[in-house]
Design a protein around this ligand. Structure first.
Ligand code: DAH
Length: 359
């Protein structure tokens, strides 16, 4: 019996060496250690042994069983490990390939320029404010001394909100009138004066709307920046200085400004401000060719401005005998177009990624 057990162990271990997969391993286990397996068969002879031999043989058979079980378990681990390695080697994983980049958006060119404008004015001590895009006729027109028969109030130029009166028409003589999409950022001047009084120093960037046929240089929606500075002893000289400084910082090179007479009902006197052409530096000529940016004049038309009208100060509750100042308004959309050489205004609000990805 002793020999039988030894032979069984040798045969089993030898058979084990040739095993290549888990299925054959399982079969081998059943063959040797199963209920009807070879070991059980040998153990059946145990009861026929003389009593004194039984314990020794019992021990030996347990040892054989343990040895085989251990060998089978080791083989199983080895097979599982081999399988995993094979799986991994089949799938080539290159750790040096960069990951898939996630596409993130960026700031629209118009907002980029707006942020620059805000930063510069903020550095010069101006606050940045907002106002409503849906505005009352009062703030958009009357509060700014724009009379009822002014051509700007024509249905052709202004979007009126159908059947919509200002909610709070009681507190002001004449009322607030109908609601409109603001045609400029100037109404926020009166709102600022009402709210903060004088002195005040503020810029108001924002969207404005005009009922216009669109083409490469006209759009129903565009952006402006309003400026308002009210204090004691303020002159047009301050306006000239502030604007020359603003444009110089914005363009990163010395820029000159000039005034021309202009008319806006909410300023007196009113003016137009031009800045010296960046391309030909005010000469009207670029390398002996007529400059295309300023059309040979040396100057680029930039904005409307003027000394704030008494009526506007009064509308804002500020005493014109104590305070005076100036206001300006320029096109942020146009400034963005000049900055980037964009020739069609409609591209800016088109939502076309091929356009905005360029900036
Ligand atoms: N609101 C004017 C417009 O939309 C621009 C403007 C002109 C604003 C003169 C001002 C100003 O504050 O003083 O054309």
């Amino acid at each position: 019996m002793e020999n039988q057990l030894k032979n069984l162990q040798t045969a089993a271990l030898k058979a084990l060496e040739g095993i290549k997969d888990e299925k054959s391993l399982k079969d081998l286990e059943v063959q040797y250690l199963g209920r009807k397996g070879k070991l059980t068969e040998i153990l059946r002879g145990l009861k026929n042994l003389p009593d004194e031999k039984k314990p020794m043989m019992g021990q030996l058979s347990n040892k054989t069983k343990a040895t085989l079980e251990e060998a089978l378990a080791q083989k199983l681990t080895a097979l599982a490990k081999g399988k995993l390695e094979k799986e991994l080697s089949g799938e080539f994983f290159d750790t040096t390939i960069p990951g898939t980049a996630r596409e993130i958006g960026h700031i629209h060119p118009l907002c980029q320029v707006q942020e620059e404008v805000e930063r510069i004015f903020y550095q010069m001590g101006f606050a940045i404010a907002d106002g409503p895009e849906v505005e009352s006729e009062y703030y958009n027109f009357e509060g700014l001394n724009i009379s009822k028969d002014h051509p700007a109030r024509d249905m052709q130029d202004t979007f009126f909100i159908a059947n919509k009166e200002h909610k709070d028409s009681s507190h002001r003589a004449g009322g607030h009138g109908r609601m409109v999409l603001r045609t400029h950022t100037s109404p926020v001047q009166v709102r600022m004066l009402e709210k903060y009084g004088a002195p005040t120093r503020v810029i108001i960037p924002g969207r404005v709307f005009r009922n216009e046929a669109t083409d490469a240089s006209h759009e129903h929606t565009f952006n402006q920046v309003e400026g308002l500075l009210i204090d004691k002893d303020i002159s047009m000289g301050h306006l000239k200085g502030v604007m020359a400084e603003f444009l110089t910082r914005l363009f990163g090179k010395p820029v000159k400004v000039r005034f021309r007479p202009g008319y806006f009902p909410f300023v007196e006197p009113g003016l137009e401000l031009d800045f010296s052409c960046l391309l030909c530096e005010g000469t009207g000529k670029k390398e002996d060719c007529p400059c295309r940016v300023c059309k040979k004049t040396g100057w680029v038309e930039f904005m409307g401005a003027g000394m704030t009208h008494e009526k506007v100060l009064e509308a804002g509750g500020v005493d014109p005998k104590k305070y005076q100042g100036w206001a300006f308004g320029f096109g942020l959309t146009r400034l963005t177009m000049m900055r980037h050489g964009i020739t069609d205004i409609r591209l800016l609000a088109s939502g076309d990624l091929r356009f905005s990805r360029q900036f």
